[in-house]
Design a binder for this molecule. Structure first.
Ligand SMILES: CSC[C@H]1O[C@H](OP(=O)(O)O)[C@H](O)[C@@H]1O
Length: 369
């Protein structure tokens, strides 16, 4: 997306043709820092420490990590080792395993001499495919916003609440949950977005707010616990979020706090949509609560918070007593029964095995076999 007047993706091949340049999102919204990463350890750190984050972007970054390793050593052992190293960086987003499998399945069939070039080509393809998937999600999600807008008074905005960041910063470009919003803006439909701050990493306050401001989308930052109140008072027309892994039965794993938003939406008859590209569907699991591994991150992310001080320095400050231990589950699972619809690149599916199988008959059978 555009930042000031320059178009950015979140990740791209460096000028040296081997490394990758990526936006280190830890410093946003205060600084736009681009880092060049040229080793597997560097890619692993970038994913594990959330320089890059968001299920699709994690997958694309890992794909380039495989290419970087193949350029160093195209052996089967190196291919298996890099799969293991990158797979263990973060356990919840299925796109990581999907991308690593896509790379390994392709490369293991090729002679070693061809692997590096094929790996970079496939990684670039996965990145480009992500952009197109997100554009399609935007087109399908736009229809929902159009229908809500048609019921509003002229000029009255469609009020949308989103949680965390499922924007272009969570993907290569366009985003998933934000793509319908960007498409609505391009069509001139008045929208307003309530941006959940999304403790503890504040992806909403730091990233989604930055995206909305950068694209001129009217928005209001709210604390995570305000959503239910806003919905009770008729201030939210729809909720749209992303996902890190959605099961074959339509259970949705997403940033911690999503489940509570879905409960409030259900209680207030507010449509609750999830935007996802099909690589985020894990066809091998059905019960999200029982089967999806939930990443437990450091308690320091809860006890310490990043910000910019009066002198303009970006630093961390402690908000809780030193002796207080902090728990930090990074995701939760929203059962399919609370999901109004799944906005995919092939259209809108009901959150169920049948709904997903109708849109993805080729996947539902193959992957679950
Ligand atoms: C389009 S995937 C976005 C998804 O990823 C985020 O998690 P994290 O920032 O920890 O990678 C969050 O769950 C978003 O909804």
């Amino acid at each position: 997306m555009k930042v000031a007047d320059k178009h950015y993706r979140t990740i791209w091949l460096s000028k040296d043709g081997r490394s990758v340049d990526l936006i280190d999102q830890r410093w946003l919204p205060h600084e736009l820092r681009v880092e060049t990463v040229g080793t597997v350890e560097g890619v692993a750190t970038a994913i594990r420490d959330m320089w890059v984050r968001g299920a699709p972007l994690i997958g694309v970054t890992a794909a380039y990590g495989v290419a970087i390793r193949m350029a160093e050593d195209p052996s089967d052992k190196a291919l298996d080792d890099v799969w293991e190293t990158l797979h263990e960086t973060r356990p919840t987003a299925i796109n990581l395993r999907w991308a690593l499998d896509a790379m390994r399945d392709l490369l293991r069939k090729l002679p070693e001499a061809e692997r590096a070039a094929a790996a970079y080509a496939r990684a670039a393809e996965i990145a480009d495919e992500d952009v197109e998937l997100n554009r399609s999600i935007g087109r399908h999600g736009l229809e929902i916003i159009r229908q809500i807008a048609a019921r509003k008074k002229p000029g009255e905005p469609v009020n949308i609440l989103t949680h965390c960041n499922a924007g272009w910063l969570a993907t290569v470009d366009y985003g998933t949950a934000t793509s319908p919003i960007y498409h609505a803006m391009e069509e001139g439909i008045p929208v307003h977005v309530y941006v959940d701050e999304t403790r503890p990493r504040n992806q909403g306050a730091q990233l989604t707010a930055w995206e909305m401001a950068g694209h001129g989308v009217p928005h209001t930052l709210v604390v995570d616990n305000a959503g239910g109140h806003l919905m009770q008072h008729g201030m939210v027309d729809m909720v749209i979020v992303g996902t890190d892994r959605t099961t074959a039965d339509g259970d949705v794993c997403n940033k911690i706090g999503t489940y509570l938003k879905a409960l409030a939406a259900k209680d207030n008859d507010v449509p609750f949509y999830v935007a996802l590209p099909s690589p985020t569907i894990d066809w091998t699991v059905r019960d999200g609560v029982k089967e999806i591994p939930i990443e437990e991150r450091s308690g320091d992310e809860v006890s310490l918070v990043w910000g910019k001080d009066e002198a303009g320095a970006v630093r961390q400050v402690r908000i809780s007593p030193e002796a207080t231990p902090a728990g930090n589950p990074a995701f939760d699972v929203t059962p399919a029964r609370l999901v109004t619809g799944l906005i995919t690149e092939r259209g809108i599916a009901t959150a169920s095995a049948d709904g997903l199988a109708k849109l993805f008959p080729d996947r539902a059978k193959a992957d679950a076999a």
